[in-house]
Structures are given as structure tokens and as C-alpha cells.
Design a protein around this ligand. Sequence first.
Ligand code: UDP
Length: 241
Amino acid sequence: MQSKRSRVLVKFSGEALAGENGFGIDTKILGFIASEIRSLVENKIEVGIVIGGGNIIRGVSAAQDGVIRRTSADYMGMLATVINAVAMQEALEHAGLDVRVQSAIELKEICESYIYRRAIRHLEKGRVVIFGAGTGNPFFTTDTAATLRAIEIGANMIIKATKVDGVYDKDPNKFSDAKKLDTLSYEEALDDRIKVMDDTAIALAKDNRLPIVVCNMFKAGNLLKIIQGDNGLCSVVGQRQ
Ligand code: UDP
């Protein structure tokens, strides 16, 4: 039932949308990301997207002083991801693409609810699908949600789009001798010193042999080149299919 065409899940943090403001949503950044995604669709790549919510609220921080309980704070975080998803939908439509937002929490006046088979139909028709509200469960992250959705839709890879060009053995901002790791095993990615994604997300990817590609999304053309096979511009956890 699933097509053999290239299908990817692109995950980026909410902070990526905030730009220099550090909070909220910068429409220039939305526009840039939309043009990058459009180049993928024009090359017949099917695209699912998961966006974090950290530019608006993070559960752990909101619950820090004990006034807001963690569970409620996490639901607030999930709602934040839907705000970002709706903003991204607008920008992608502005760029001429067909888009659907599917939320893991029912918000029927705003978007579709997540239905796996429906998501696949959208992708097959060339529509970009943005998966909002994370997994729909507190105590998870959008990295885990993105990995889960990637596996469900049969994506060839999950692309963790960041501001750096891959995974380093130590923080490249602090250590001048930090080395980029071109390929890593899932076990290496689970090492606490290596920051790829949280352990739940990596374990899920490992169990399902889903390759995780870490790259810089802010260099024009990068996403397309990487999906087309340029491994020099990224780090790959697991084996690319
Ligand atoms: N969240 C959650 N369950 C999920 C996904 C997200 O509870 O399945 C909440 C959690 O509070 C998290 C917030 O939504 O802090 C925003 O997501 P995340 O921190 O992953 O965003 P990012 O750091 O990628 O911007």
C-alpha cells in the first residue's frame, strides 16, 4: 500500500522558528523553511513534518516552581506545537504547497485529527503533512513523536534539522578540537555525552532500524542534497536505506 517513493520526516525545534527574537514565530524563517520544503516536494519527495514547541512553552520549565503540574504543563507544550504547525501550514501554502495539519489531540475546528491511513493518503497525493501535539501524551518529547510518526508512515529516514551540521564528540561551541562524527551506531547515540535526541526517541529508532540524519537546515539546499545522498553534510545514526 505504501509507495516506494522517497518519504522523509523532518523534525525541527520550535526554537528554530523564533529566530533572533528567541521567542514567538519569525515569518522570515517560516518562509525560508517553506522554500526548502518546497524543493523537496518538487523533487517528488514525500514530506512529513514535526515541529517542537520550545519557542512558546516547554513542560519541564513551565512546571519548574510547582505551581503548574507537569502533566498540565506538558499538555500546554503540546498545544504550543499545534500553534507552530498552523503557522508552518500557512507558510507552506503561501509557497504554493498542499498541506494538512494532523493533531494527536482533537482540535476539530483547527485541524484534522491524526489518522495514520489518512496521513499516508495525503503524502501519496503530494501533500505535506504536519503532525501536531506530539504523541498526545505528557512526559514525551517531540523528538519521540517525530520518530514514532516516521516509523508509522514508513519514512526512509528521520531528519533532525538543527543549526549545526551534525553530531560532534563534544560541544563545538566550547571545544575547538571537537570532531564531527559522520556515522554513529544507535548505541553510540545513546551515550549521554552525545546529543542527538532523547533516549526514548533513539531507542524507538533503534528497534525499528530507522536512520536518524542530523543536519543544518539553515543552509539553502542542504535538505535536498542530503536526502539525495550527500552524507558529507550531515551525521547519520544507523544505516541509510
Ligand atoms: N510534549 C509532550 N508530549 C509529546 C510532545 C511534546 O508532553 O509527545 C510537550 C512537552 O512539555 C515539551 C513541549 O511539548 O516540552 C514542547 O515540545 P519539545 O520540548 O519537544 O519542543 P522543542 O524543544 O523541540 O522545541
